[in-house]
Design a protein. Structure first.
Ligand SMILES: Cc1ncc(COP(=O)(O)O)c(C=O)c1O
Length: 390
């Protein structure tokens, strides 16, 4: 049986053919480090990197390609921002919706008594309240760090007014960081409208690059406040011992992942092409079909919004009578429907949704290349499982 891959929130699969070709070309034909040396392929690798920064900057309406740094994944982007920015005595406002790649760095800094953190609660749909975020701000708050789309419920979070409201409080000193791991590539992101100072995202989810890639946008105004996480060669200013202070070099020690970045380049080109737009419409329609199907199953409980409004095609369900891991295994065994079971690295959200005690949920996340027929097979398999659980 062909696999029905519904774990796109973990990493997207398959990638567009052009992404595979671009990675292959970078490995076989370019075959050189970016910006280290002067021969033709080095220059070509560097040109590709700079062009990809430009593509990403345009994609998220960032003011300049130099505000885009490449990292290893979403977690690496977030760690770079959090460990680089926070100092002793700082207070952070975040939410229970966050992924462990936000929660664990904050917990670590808190356990060393360096920072204090306020976690804003969420409602039944897994959405936090904009007012609660603003009310949690204290005199020592240095950072507001928020999820854009939940990787558990698929809920789009109300972050569009946060920066404006922070500024209305006269708090120009507070940095606004957005975790766009599940939004970038799925819903439009406009840095200028959001007003976010830092945006962290993987390259390997909805923007279709390969695993091992990540993106970090840092505004030029606040970049000087963030220390690098890693120190080393950057291919620039080689004669001096100090780490470059200008972005993006300061965050990019060591050779860049040229094949991976070539994949992001092709991924973004694909998303902005006519074919990519068509696939996006199919993704939306398949997401709705899956939502309606899940809601119609007697015996399955869906977390998050029951309409496609303010959500994307990431769905968490429970099937009474089955442990979520067992259910996920059965779906794979009987119908090759590949889902993910557990807490999805968001323990506080499961606590808030009352799904922690049952070990989490079964997550189904739709990708650009799922077909309607695959979605129907998945709905049928879950329906049969729910009946068996009664
Ligand atoms: C909301 C959210 N933030 C951060 C991450 C971390 O991204 P990565 O797996 O690329 O480190 C993920 C990954 O699932 C995520 O869903």
């Amino acid at each position: 049986m062909d696999r029905i891959y519904l774990d796109n929130a973990a990493t997207s699969w398959p990638k567009p053919e052009s992404v595979y070709s671009a990675i292959d070309n970078a490995q076989r034909i370019i075959g050189a480090p970016a910006g280290r040396g002067g021969y033709q392929q080095v220059v070509e690798a560097l040109r590709l990197i700079e062009q990809t920064r430009g593509l990403i900057a345009r994609f998220i309406n960032a003011p300049d390609r130099r505000t885009i740094a490449f990292t290893f994944n979403g977690t690496d982007s977030l760690s770079t921002a959090l460990f680089g920015l926070l100092r002793s005595g700082d207070h952070v406002v975040t939410s229970v919706v966050e992924h462990n790649s936000v929660l664990r760095p904050l917990h670590h800094l808190e356990s060393e008594s360096k920072i204090t953190t306020s976690y804003v609660d969420c409602n039944e749909a897994g959405t936090f309240d904009e007012n609660a975020v603003i009310e949690a701000i204290e005199p020592r708050t240095r950072l507001v760090c928020l999820n854009h789309v939940s990787n558990v419920t698929g809920s789009i979070q109300p972050i569009q007014n946060i920066k404006r409201r922070i500024l209305d409080l006269g708090r120009e000193d507070i940095v606004f960081l957005v975790d766009a791991a599940q939004s970038m590539g799925h819903i439009p992101i406009d840095i200028k409208m959001l007003g976010c100072d830092i945006l962290a995202a993987p390259g390997h989810k909805a923007i279709m690059g390969p695993l091992g890639t990540g993106i970090l946008y840092v505004s030029e105004e606040i970049a000087h406040r963030i220390s690098p996480l890693r120190y080393g060669g950057t291919g620039t200013d080689g004669s001096v011992e100090i780490q470059p202070t200008k972005i993006p070099d300061k965050f990019e020690s060591g050779n860049l992942n040229v094949p991976g970045i070539a994949g992001i380049n092709a991924g973004i080109r694909y998303l902005t092409s006519e074919e990519g737009n068509t696939k996006h419409e199919i993704w939306k329609s398949n997401s709705k079909t899956l939502l309606d199907g899940l809601l119609s199953i007697d015996g399955a409980t869906l977390q998050g919004n029951a309409t496609m409004q303010n959500r994307i095609g990431v769905f968490s369900i429970s099937i009474p009578g089955f442990d979520c891991h067992e259910a996920s295994h059965i779906l794979d065994d009987v119908a090759s429907v590949q889902t993910r079971a557990g807490l999805h690295c968001a323990p506080l959200l499961h606590r808030a949704l009352n799904t922690e005690g049952q070990g989490g949920t079964i997550r189904l996340s739709v990708g650009l290349f799922n077909t309607e027929q695959q979605i129907e097979v998945a709905i049928k398999a879950i329906t049969q499982l729910a009946q068996a659980g009664k």
